[in-house]
Write a protein that binds this ligand. Sequence first.
Ligand code: ATP
Ligand code: MG
Length: 463
Amino acid sequence: MLKNLWSKLTGSRTVEQPKCVVLTRDQHSVSRKKMSNNALKVLHRLNSSGYQAFLVGGGVRDMLLGLSPKDFDIATDATPEEVAGLFKNCRLVGRRFRLAHILFGREIIEVATFRASHHDTQDNKQPSHSNKIEKSKVSAEGLLVRDNVYGSLEEDAVRRDFTINALYYCAKDFTVRDSVGGIDDLNRRQLRLIGDPVERYTEDPVRILRAIRLSAKLDLTIETKTAAPIRTMSEMLEHVSPARLWDECNKLFLAGHAHQTWHVLLDYQVAAHLFPQTTQFLKTNSDYQQFIARALKSTDKRISQQQPVTPAFLFAVFLWQALQSQTEKLQSRGFSSYDAGQKAAEKIIELQRNTIAIPKRFSIVMREIWNLQYRLHNRRKKNVDSLIQHPRFRAAYDFLCLRANEDSTLAELAKWWTDFQEVHSEKRQEMLRQVSGNSPKKKRFNRRKKYQNKTSHKNRSGQ
Ligand code: ATP
Ligand code: MG
């Protein structure tokens, strides 16, 4: 049975399933001391209730690599409902992939029930009344849109993405089990998909992003056969739900390796399917490449220093050139610079949402950062006083500094704002006096006047 499953997943009858390797306590570096107590509690409760339970995924992989895991995932033979029956602090989530989340304050321990192959259901091996049929569903494009067929540990291992993510730690006997050659791949520092890469990327194109993210994060080579289809298959990402891609993008860029990840995304020509409006300008504009690279490096630095980061800032960076270009187009059609900027922002955010569902609370921040770029030129006292209090001032100032690296005409302005924040109030007054003549005329007044003219014209014509 398992052998058949393996052949199906590898797409070949000749490939032998590797034997299960069991590493005893003294043969590996997975230690309970490095584990979250909450994860251990969940493992013990499941075990003592008669279920199998293992730590799996990034938790085991990272400990074997000598790193501190970001989170802890557990695999069990208990169904999500049975898990929910054992933990009061449990929430069942996900339709495509049903999971139990056990909540301990801010920490979430993710518990997944062992999955089996969805092939059995497609081959009609299950009786037609079996509820396995609804539990697995494949879209017209071949994407696995539901994956809730439960199975054994061995079946679960081959449903996972990479061999290094299919290593199971048992808290009862402290062993690590490997039935897919993950330990060898870890030793070779390579990322290898389990099974036939084309089939596995077709089932779930997000595995392409996971390959890129994990190779950048862990400095692993993507094994040749795993890497080969990425360029041609990455357009399948366009079939993935924009909401899922929003989540994946956050993992790509907010895990401390954004700069390296972006490089790999460009190398494999994947970036164009996520950010078509960005890559369109990269080919011809090397300053913009630099601008993005600096933004990503500074995000990585902030994360390494435990400073807060927001995806809104990065999306404002990714769409900045498209905003400029669209604004110019609209201005050339007669829109005022303010109206052109607002309309352009609306349009390019909507276009980006076709691929990545930027939630409104973040698109609002992006637009604030962009709008403040214009207001930062106005150094009249009233405007400066209100800007410095603005909740997005710091993000907008950082954005201006990034732009100033590539645009020397902004260097003086950026330096002025840097100095202004550093000096005491007397010196601030002096700085304001020095530049009072340089600020643009009040455009808001002009706009209002224009609006009044328009409405009085409408009133006159009876509209
Ligand atoms: P991280 O350190 O970022 O948490 P991770 O590998 O643990 O990395 P998770 O998203 O937490 O990533 O997933 C936990 C485990 O679930 C993975 O290690 C892998 O075994 C499995 N998994 C996650 N996503 C997929 C997928 N798309 N296809 C197959 N298996 C997956
Ligand atoms: Mg994880």
